[in-house]
Write a protein that binds this ligand. Structure first.
Ligand SMILES: Nc1ncnc2c1ncn2[C@@H]1O[C@H](COP(=O)(O)OP(=O)(O)OP(=O)(O)O)[C@@H](O)[C@H]1O
Ligand SMILES: [Mg+2]
Length: 349
């Protein structure tokens, strides 16, 4: 039997970065082949699930009135298992190729996931059609995806700033020595922009516009060349549309409180970390992953405030999914059997 046939026979193994904003899927032998918004479109009247992923997002933008958007992974933690299962089912349908032979799944989870949530996520994966489900902590996946040899007796720090949560972790010997999961990330940067405009200009904008502003002129350090953009919102005093101009310097102001929370948490983790590992982290630098880390100046600000250099990947959004891909190679060497707390590569099953 050829390699490809064998893959089809058993169902290809799949690694999933189940994110608040988007989910990325790595298929063994093929790489990251799918990136879809983690959203489900539900009919308001009947409560029926209409579509999932990119199609759901398209439908929601076309007919917003009749539909509700469900984002089951709102704050980095799974808040709606039935909907999470729908997302997983859709991912399997699109990627596994075979309905008869079930794939094995590696799903990334935040470090603060509870045992009950773990159990429910494993069940959701099995219900969705997996043969077996393994859980992998996100920071381990991120480090693996960035090509760090996590098995060494050496400290590494990974900060994954996503949409719903920031995971800060210190790794050594393939496990997590210290970690903190903060419900502050890209979404909170967007909210901070909404709040700033309401307070300073008395206008209301939606979160989607706030995200556009963040991506285009947002920054957490002053830019050498100040940028500005026009923003259309609704005046809170007249209720009518109003246009104002906002500058990148104002955005530093707006985003500072959120940045402060992330910096404080990094400090907390470093204080809890044994000094010899802190020394390693100082040498190796801090790895930044997740889309939130693309905010202009954030890598520099962290390295200035914390006093350790940072390393931002060229493509920080796919690092976690790439990491799950690397663990797929080891799945067959993992012992089958009851769920274990941790394996040599930090997996749970
Ligand atoms: N160029 C950019 N500048 C600033 N922020 C960005 C940029 N590109 C993406 N983002 C932000 O990154 C976030 C999405 O990142 P990512 O895809 O890593 O999140 P996620 O994995 O879905 O979420 P989580 O890990 O919290 O569950 C969004 O908040 C988005 O606005
Ligand atoms: Mg993520």
């Amino acid at each position: 039997m050829g390699k490809a046939e064998k893959g089809a026979r058993f169902g290809r193994d799949i690694g999933i970065d189940l994110g608040t904003a988007s989910s990325l899927v790595y298929v063994k032998g093929r790489g990251v082949i799918l990136q879809e918004p983690s959203v489900v479109a539900v009919d308001k009247q009947s409560g029926k699930v209409l579509t999932v992923g990119a199609e759901a997002q398209r439908l929601l933008s076309q007919t917003p009135g009749d539909l509700v958007a469900v984002r089951p992974l709102r704050t980095g933690v799974i808040s709606d298992y039935a909907m999470t299962e729908r997302i997983l089912r859709e991912i399997l349908r699109k990627t596994s190729g075979s309905r008869v032979f079930k794939p094995r799944l590696v799903i990334c989870v935040p470090t603060n996931i509870t045992e009950v949530e773990e159990r429910a996520l494993i069940d959701a994966g099995l219900q969705a059609g997996a043969r077996r489900v393994y859980l992998l902590e996100e920071p381990l996946a991120a480090a693996l995806g960035a090509g760090i040899d996590i098995s060494k007796a050496e400290g590494n720090m990974v900060i994954d700033i996503g949409a719903g949560s920031t995971e800060i972790a210190v790794l050594s010997l393939s496990s997590i020595v210290e970690s903190l999961s903060l419900n502050v990330a890209g979404d909170q940067f967007d909210e901070a922009i909404v709040k700033y405009l309401r307070r300073k200009y008395n206008i209301l904008i939606g979160e989607r516009i706030a995200e556009e502003i963040k991506r285009s002129i947002g920054c957490v350090l002053p830019r050498l060349l100040e940028l500005s953009t026009e923003v259309k919102g609704r005046s809170l005093s007249t209720g009518l549309p109003e246009t104002i101009t906002i500058s990148s310097t104002e955005l530093v102001q707006a985003l500072l409180p959120v940045t402060g929370q992330i910096l404080e948490s990094i400090q907390t983790i470093l204080e809890r970390t044994p000094p010899e590992l802190v020394a390693d982290i100082s040498n190796n630098g801090i790895l930044l992953t997740g889309g939130g880390s693309l905010l202009w100046g954030l890598d520099q600000l962290i390295s200035r405030q914390i006093g350790i250099k940072t390393r931002l990947l060229d493509d920080p959004i796919t690092a976690v999914a790439l990491g799950t891909g690397k663990t797929l190679e080891h799945l067959s060497t993992l012992q089958e059997g009851p769920r274990r707390a941790s394996s040599p590569i930090g997996m749970k099953q």
